[in-house]
Design a binder for this molecule. Structure first.
Ligand code: FAD
Ligand code: UQ1
Length: 417
């Protein structure tokens, strides 16, 4: 049986960046990464770019690099998928039937997209007007639908589950609004944000700013609306009204952008020793250590950390995980490093502007720059579009970006948390 000092399950944002940290610390071959990414294409995607792909500003190709280029060279890539975890035996079972043993395990399997929980999907993606920025398969359809749009309803949805990047479902709506204005069809469009949530955004400071933007741009927000069915033949989308669960409301669409329901990966959900009741990896919200197995840690979208699931959050989590796991490995008393829930969402509001939300577990803003980041800014847009991709590929994935905490402290002359 293969055996590793540190085994990392998943080679996405969290898995790759944490594996890089441990691969630098330990001798060659000590770190194993199980990553199934599309056995044929073996690609790592920079998912935050898909918002820009949906708006025609970048291509899917721009968001991709071969997995072999990004995974740390000193680590061993196990090209298989995790079937289940056996934490009591310190092993992971693979789909091939093999088992892999570990001393320390990091779980970083991301979140699962569940398009098929909506009646009519995924088939409706083959019909005009329906797209989704959450998948490489459907993101080009978003821009195609925008280009084809002539008149009618453009509807943007938000599911009744946790999601990754909770701002992304509305970013594409602001981009679409600007595109339609530029192309002279905005007068003939009704734009709807039909969200399952009871708020436009979880943090008041940014929600207030976004409400002003939707009002200015004449966008209709329908709260507590969950998409349950797409009928491509009649171009209708059916929503369950969550405050009157027996009732549904049907909207005609010319364009429909779908954010799918999401859930924990099967391998986590089915390993009851590993997951919380919600099905996500059960970790301590401050240390990222598993609540029952001291040699297991979790990071990113697959965990039950009560913060907004983003790569920015993972940048901050990565260093906390590394410090705390290293302490356990060296049998030192607990490290003092505690994760404060830092997360960030660059809420792109068009083709040149962005509201840069940054906040902690308590919803307190933790802004990097000494300006009011709830105001739309060109600088934030430039950072999102032109700086973040390089930072992601060159620093973050190599385990060398732990988020903007130090920059924030410097720019606030040490007065910020
Ligand atoms: P992932 O990066 O998804 O990695 C999980 C990995 O596990 C994948 O490589 C997968 O192939 C692998 N895997 C899954 N199951 C198995 C298995 N059984 N066996 C082996 N391997 C498996 N974040 C930001 O910070 N800023 C943004 O602006 C932003 N915008 C976004 C816009 C969009 C449209 C989307 C989709 C996401 C956005 N995000 C943004 C969120 C960010 O991309 C994710 O939160 C982040 O990539 C999650 O990292 P992860 O490691 O948890 O999961
Ligand atoms: C960030 O650290 C990060 O991770 C690499 C992102 O993902 C792409 C982000 O979108 C953002 C906004 C941050 C936070 C960084 C700064 C400088 C605010």
């Amino acid at each position: 049986m293969k055996s590793f000092k540190v085994l990392v399950a998943g080679g996405g944002s969290g898995g790759c960046s944490v594996a890089a940290k441990f691969a630098s610390l330990l001798p060659k071959g000590s770190v194993g990464i199980i990553e199934s990414a599309e056995i044929l294409f073996q690609t790592h995607y920079y998912q935050p770019m898909w918002t820009l792909v949906g708006g025609g500003m970048k291509s899917v190709k721009d968001s991709a690099k071969p997995m072999s280029e990004v995974l740390p060279k000193k680590a061993v890539w196990i090209k298989d998928s995790v079937a289940s975890f056996k934490p009591k035996e310190n092993t992971v079972s693979l789909s091939s039937g093999e088992n892999v043993q570990y001393e320390y395990l990091v779980v970083a399997l991301g979140i699962k997209l569940e398009y098929n929980r909506i009646k009519g999907l995924p088939e409706a993606f083959e019909t005009p007007g329906v797209g989704s920025n959450y998948s490489t398969e459907y993101v080009d359809k978003t821009f195609q639908s925008l280009k084809d749009f002539k008149e009618g309803n453009a509807i943007f949805t938000f599911p009744n589950t946790p999601v990754k990047c909770a701002g992304a479902p509305q970013k594409i709506m602001y981009i679409a609004d600007e595109y339609m204005r530029k192309h002279g069809v905005r007068d003939k469009a009704n734009i709807y944000f039909n969200t399952s949530l009871g708020a436009l955004f979880g943090v008041k400071k940014y929600a207030d700013a976004l409400w002003k933007i939707v009002e200015e741009r004449k966008i209709s927000v329908n709260l507590m609306h969950e998409l349950v069915e797409v009928k491509p033949d009649t171009r209708e989308a059916v929503f369950r009204l969550l405050n009157k669960p027996e009732e549904t409301k049907t909207y005609k669409y010319s364009m429909l952008h779908i954010t799918p329901p999401m859930g924990p990966p099967d391998a986590v959900k089915n390993s009851t020793d590993l997951c919380a009741e919600s099905g996500y990896v059960d970790v301590d919200k401050y240390t990222l250590q598993h609540t029952r197995f001291s040699n297991i840690f979790g990071i990113g979208d697959c965990t039950n950390l009560p913060t907004s699931k983003t790569a920015a959050a993972i940048a901050a989590q990565g260093n906390i995980l590394y410090q705390n796991m290293k302490c356990v490995m060296e049998k030192k008393s607990d490290s003092k490093e505690k994760y404060d829930g830092y997360t960030s969402c660059p809420l792109v509001t068009g083709y040149s502007k962005c509201v840069l939300a940054e906040f902690d577990y308590d919803g307190n803003p933790l802004e990097t720059f000494p300006i009011n980041q709830a105001r739309e800014s060109r600088l934030a847009f430039h950072m999102k579009k032109d700086i973040m991709p390089t930072l992601y590929w060159q620093l973050f994935l190599r385990g060398m970006w732990n988020g903007p905490r130090l920059t924030r402290k410097l720019l606030h002359l040490g007065m910020s948390k």
